[in-house]
Ligand binder design. Structure first.
Ligand code: MRU
Length: 337
């Protein structure tokens, strides 16, 4: 998505170019590839990340893998699908996108001509996510009744999604309309998506902000500095239980205690209609070395035992509203349609 003078991904001339998010904000390095394996690695390493963007990137990866393939098409599709599905387990957008690609592949009669229809589908997924960002921003704007201070967690902007993002798109729209006074961005340990990526996007969009470590959010709330909290999500169960970047659950509990509204903003592609509650969400556990080092510099004994879930699940009753491209849904949630 092109915005200001940076973009998360761009597809042109049969190549995907993406911004390596592990190097932000100090370096803006773009990688151009037509190799699905390179894209799979980028997703694993969080060079490409954020639930909707993972799905979009995987869709382009599948299409690109058919650019030059001449035989064994079905076997090839299954292998590429499996590889991409193995990259990260929690964001359901990945599986949503892969399954859309599979449906298209299965509908093609001459598999030697799969590239173009697969590419068309990848663009359709991308375009839909851009549409969702705009609608989420419009719908989310309705929760603002006065000029507010907003706290957010992780990164939910154009680096994480199509368009301007999810929670970030709501914040940007509300700021543009004069309804955001200040943004408090959680640092988001251990990979610092808030400190590195959200501050990068807030700066690029000229939105006033302060950054704090995750544990400092409670003090901000106690001091009356936070009017509302909005985050994204990686997978939402049918009852509204929502998995998002670890630390989100802490915020929801804090909001509940301080009587501050806690909202989630996500496209409906983040709703997993196969699961009833959050207990069925597979949580990714990442290598503990990510806690013991920062940007490749060791900060503690590498042999220390760690506990490193990448996501947590916020129970539905703690979520005041789930802002989607369709509407804002309120507790008790029931996404069965
Ligand atoms: O591990 P990440 O950086 O991919 O986690 C991203 C998040 O948790 C985001 O909040 C979520 O994907 C919503 S992004 C629009």
């Amino acid at each position: 998505m092109m915005q200001n003078n940076y973009y998360s991904i761009k597809f042109s001339d049969d190549y995907l170019t993406f911004l390596d998010q592990t190097k932000l904000p100090l370096q803006e390095v773009y990688v151009t590839t037509d190799d699905y394996e390179r894209i799979a690695i980028a997703i694993e390493k969080l060079e490409l990340r954020g639930a909707p963007l993972i799905g979009i990137s995987a869709a382009f990866a599948i299409a690109l893998s058919f650019k030059n393939i001449s035989s064994n098409h079905k076997e090839h599709f299954d292998q590429v699908y499996k590889r991409l599905a193995s990259t990260r387990p929690t964001a359901v957008n990945l599986f949503y996108a892969l399954d859309r690609m599979k449906k298209v592949f299965n509908s093609i009669t001459d598999h030697s001509k799969s590239y173009q229809p697969l590419l068309n589908e990848a663009f359709a997924i991308y375009n839909f996510e851009q549409f969702c960002s705009n609608k989420i921003a419009e719908n989310g704007f309705k929760i603002f009744t006065k000029k507010s201070n907003v706290l957010t967690h992780c990164n939910t902007g154009s680096l994480a999604a199509g368009g301007f993002g999810t929670a970030f798109a709501v914040i940007k729209k509300a700021y543009d309309e004069g309804y955001v006074n200040h943004v408090y961005a959680d640092e988001t340990r251990p990979l610092l998506q808030g400190l590195r990526l959200t501050t990068f996007e807030l700066e690029k969009n000229a939105i006033p902000f302060t950054v704090q470590t995750d544990s400092m959010a409670a003090v901000l709330m106690q001091q009356g500095k936070v009017d509302l909290v909005i985050t994204g999500a990686d997978r939402i169960a049918l009852n509204g239980d929502s998995a998002n970047k670890v630390g989100t659950y802490n915020l929801a509990v804090l909001c509940n205690y301080h009587n501050i509204p806690f909202y989630i903003a996500a496209p409906t592609t983040t709703i997993d209609r196969k699961i009833a509650t959050g207990s069925e969400i597979e949580i990714e556990y990442r290598n503990g070395s990510e806690i013991l080092s920062i940007s490749g510099s060791q900060i503690a004994n590498p042999d220390i035992k760690t506990f490193s879930p990448a996501f947590d699940v916020t129970p539905a009753h703690l979520i005041k509203g789930i802002i989607t491209e369709e509407d804002i849904y309120f507790f008790p949630y029931n996404f069965i349609r």
